[in-house]
Design a protein around this ligand. Structure first.
Ligand code: ZN
Length: 326
């Protein structure tokens, strides 16, 4: 059996978050900033996965900065704090969750059911904040050093919102996961007739400095675009230059490992466009894995969690036109 690759180095240390444990609304690690004027209900979440602390560093720094919304409310939540509490720099890949993936428990039947786990308990605490949010930005990062992504689901309003942020992040429209519902796909966020905006940022490798910078940039741009802040409110040093993002990619296929012998043909980093249909991009159980169509885009290749049944890369098509900004 193959051994898993060595962990990537920790360019930035894990944040010290205990100061945020106590909160005014009684739910641990949940903090609200409220304006005098009515406005959007913006929810920013970090540490949905316990070892993905780039987003937590950005959120910690946002809270410490004391910035107040001009309109509406900003709620900041450090989600899977029990998993984060087990973070060990000697084994940094092992604190993703305690009992199960926090980002697969968001079906109402799961949340309303009687099953118990550390993640379900925390999701049940956070659920009211998710339900009241008009805008959700969920800050994640990736196993491998990959170009950043904004994951939107398939609704045009989310794709357009992500595209309008003016960041270098590749907008990825995908269908969610067969093995459980993500927080960003919860309830009203998945309603085609609704207006809720929910984005999931994959900022780059978990512990790289650039992932923290990407998280900070996207966080502030999201707050401005949602309308709780004006651009002139953003403190110096948070924003990266405006970028015209590449055309969105719609995920059409997931490549699922069939064996422990799965191996990519090259050191793919994500975002590569494979020109010809039928190109072999990997081998699995002695068979080539081929691209299904011309100009196929690779999204988040990784074999770090390799076992049969795990997604190793998503395949997508560039959308010819992004939906209009609403
Ligand atoms: Zn994650």
């Amino acid at each position: 059996m193959r051994t898993s690759p060595p962990p990537h180095p920790l360019q930035v240390p894990a944040p010290e978050l205990s100061r945020w444990a106590a909160s005014t609304d009684g739910v641990r690690y949940v903090h609200e900033r409220v304006a005098d004027t009515e406005g959007p209900e913006v929810l920013i979440t970090a540490l949905v996965h316990g070892n993905e602390y780039a987003g937590a560093l950005a959120l910690d720094s946002f809270l410490r900065g004391g910035l107040q919304p001009r309109r509406g409310r900003i709620t900041a939540v450090f989600c899977n704090i029990s998993a984060f509490a087990t973070f060990d720099p000697q084994s940094p890949d092992s604190s993703r969750f305690v009992d199960e993936d926090f980002n697969r428990v968001w079906a109402p039947a799961q949340l309303d059911g009687t099953r118990r786990s550390a993640e379900l308990a925390r999701a049940r605490e956070i659920r009211p904040f998710v339900e009241r949010a008009t805008h959700l930005l969920d800050l994640h990062s990736m196993h491998e050093p990959c170009a950043p992504l904004l994951v939107t689901g398939l609704l045009p309003r989310n794709i357009a919102f992500a595209q309008s942020l003016g960041t270098a992040s590749q907008v990825v429209a995908d269908q969610g996961h067969a093995d459980g519902v993500r927080m960003r796909d919860y309830g009203h966020f998945g309603d085609a007739a609704g207006s809720g905006i929910a984005l999931l940022l994959e900022a780059g490798q978990h512990w790289e400095l650039s992932s923290v910078q990407t998280s900070r940039n996207v966080l502030m741009r999201f707050l401005v675009r949602a309308g709780v802040l004006d651009r002139s409110d953003v403190p110096f040093g948070w924003l990266l230059p405006d970028v015209s993002p590449p055309a969105p990619v719609e995920v059409t296929h997931r490549v699922v490992a069939r064996s422990m012998e799965f191996e990519f043909a090259q050191d793919f980093r994500g975002g590569e466009t494979i020109r010809h249909a039928g190109t072999s991009i990997a081998h699995d159980a002695g068979e080539p894995v081929r691209t299904p169509y011309d100009n196929c885009v690779l999204v988040m290749p990784s074999i770090r969690q390799l076992r049969p049944g795990v997604t190793t890369v998503r395949l997508g098509r560039r959308m010819l036109a992004a939906p209009a900004v609403v």
